[in-house]
Design a protein around this ligand. Structure first.
Ligand code: SAH
Length: 513
């Protein structure tokens, strides 16, 4: 990691967290977060970014609102100086860009005066992100060759305003107000009073880059009332000028099929995080409800004994990414590596499992074109003569016997060695139950039969069947378990992977009018 910290001296990074969505932070921003001893973050910085923090990092939230637990700018300045003076690498994480209406300049000055080294890591500022995530083009050469960023905060304290409204009213480009919601009426009144056309396009973009992003468009004269009617609340960006006549064709983000859809993910903690990140990339709103915890079974005598004789097998079959990762974790702990596979052929149930094997330097010899245990069995039998061959299955203790039966019938000598199991974990059902009852959930997703069982041990099946929430299953084995419990299935993925499940959700939403 490229972190230049002076020896025995502290250092402060003033980092832009980006406008909201966690993956809009810069590479440099993420890099310094990983190296920080202390992270001091603002209200507008997405807390999801704290997953970059090291296990020992001290994390401090310093919102600047009135009330308990709030901080003044002076207190924050002192904190930065104090932490850095004690030799720490400090990240001051601020929403958007640290110096665009972010008081980063004040913090930098205080650090310079205290002779503390600092680096400024720019961030994607809200005006640019909000406009681009809503298809509002601030500098389209057809109508705007200039853009002005203005604080709307001053509008509240009118007497001291340093904004020259008569100049601004004549500005021949896009005007963007930050913090403009509280004083929106005042802003529009001032512009109109100073000669701006009442019919000038105006747009307000709230919660930009998040799945609950909203855009309201109108004219300078009517935008305040429209925002009130539509309950548009901060944080929001106000755009005034021709650019605000937003072309809905360009609103790529809000047009995504999963935009704003609340999708419950029910895998283990790690699997949920991976699934949730993919939902966010598709503009959806993931709700994580872990149902199971994976428990490695790699310390059993059976497994350790199997490991000793791996080279005796003709084929080893992996049926999940989890199995691959747990297997290689165990190899690493035993100071072994991929050479244990030297003479053995490897089969993977599907593309994700194959990718995981690739990550560990193994290119599987066989992957079926339909990703189920049954297809893996049938297609492997056609691909290779398994008569008298030794086959090892390294998979979940809960996997079905169907694959074993198929391989036996083809004359294989099968060892089925469980490498992990799934145990139920309890989540707090209250918030999710409430959201389901209130119709705030669009989809419940299931990626394994064990997640189905664990979920419905906690949430009553009637709640699902009687509501508007839809149920999506990754494949036939999971669907079977849902049917057993009496759950109506709205969708089953054609490709039995998380990406396949997301594709199916998108297709379903696309065809809904
Ligand atoms: N330094 C920040 C701005 C801080 S001022 C930056 O560069 O973006 C806070 C204002 O930023 C809010 O009042 C709002 O006008 C705007 N803002 C921040 N996040 C936003 C978001 N996700 N959507 C819309 N506006 C946002």
């Amino acid at each position: 990691m490229n972190i230049e910290k002076p020896k025995n001296k502290g250092m402060v990074y003033l980092v832009g967290a980006g406008p909201g969505r966690a993956d809009l932070i810069t590479v440099r921003g993420a890099e310094v977060l990983k190296a920080a001893d202390c992270i001091i973050y603002d209200k507008l910085a997405n807390p999801a970014l704290l997953t970059y923090a090291g296990a020992d990092a001290e994390i401090m939230h310093v919102p600047k609102r009135i009330g308990t637990g709030s901080f003044t700018q002076d207190q924050i300045n002192k904190l930065l100086v104090e932490k850095a003076s004690s030799g720490k690498t400090v990240v001051r994480l601020k929403g958007g860009d640290p110096c665009i209406f972010g008081r980063g300049s004040e913090e930098a000055r205080i650090l310079a005066e205290a002779d503390i080294d600092f680096e400024i890591v720019p961030g994607v500022t809200a005006a640019i992100a909000a406009a681009e995530y809503a298809g509002v083009m601030l500098t389209d050469r057809n109508y705007s060759s200039q853009v002005a960023f203005i604080t709307g905060h001053e509008a509240d304290s009118k007497q001291q305003s340093s904004i020259d409204w008569s100049v601004l009213a004549k500005f021949p480009g896009s005007i963007v107000f930050y913090m403009g919601m509280g004083g929106l009426q005042f802003i529009t009144d001032q512009l109109i009073k100073n000669g701006m056309d009442i019919n000038t396009p105006a747009a307000v973009i709230a919660d930009a880059t998040f799945p609950n992003q909203r855009i309201t468009t109108s004219t300078l004269g009517l935008i305040t009332d429209k925002c009130k009617q539509e309950n548009i609340a901060p944080p929001a960006i106000v755009v005034i000028g021709a650019a605000a006549f937003s072309d809905t064709k360009l609103n790529w983000f809000m047009k995504k099929p999963l935009f704003g859809k609340s999708i419950v993910v029910t895998r283990d903690h790690h699997g949920n995080a991976d699934f949730a990140a993919k939902i966010i990339q598709r503009a959806g709103n993931p709700i994580e409800f872990p149902t199971i915890k994976l428990k490695p079974l790699t310390n059993t005598n059976e497994f350790l004994h199997t490991l000793e004789k791996l080279s005796k097998y003709d084929w080893i079959i992996f049926t999940s990414t989890n199995g691959v990762c747990i297997f290689f974790d165990c190899l690493r702990d035993l100071a072994k590596d991929a050479r244990v596979f030297a003479s053995t052929k490897i089969a993977a149930i599907g593309s994700r499992t194959a990718n995981s094997l690739n990550d560990f330097g193994i290119k599987p010899d066989f992957v079926p074109d339909v990703f189920t245990g049954k297809e893996l069995g049938n297609q492997l039998i056609s691909h290779a003569n398994l008569q008298g061959k030794k086959v090892l299955l390294l998979r979940s203790q809960l996997a079905s016997v169907e694959l074993i039966d198929l391989l036996h019938r083809a004359g294989a000598d099968v060892d089925n060695v469980p490498i992990y199991t799934a145990v139920t974990t309890r989540s707090d059902c209250g918030p999710l139950t409430k959201q389901i009852v209130e119709g705030q959930i669009d989809w419940l997703t299931f990626a394994s039969p064990s997640a189905v069982t664990a979920f419905f041990e906690q949430i009553k099946p009637d709640l699902i069947n009687s509501g508007n929430v839809k149920v999506a299953s990754i494949g036939p084995v999971t669907s079977e378990q849902l049917k057993k419990i009496g759950i109506k299935i709205d969708l089953q993925a054609d490709e039995h992977t998380i990406d396949g499940l997301l594709d199916a959700l998108e297709e379903s939403e696309k065809h809904k009018t």
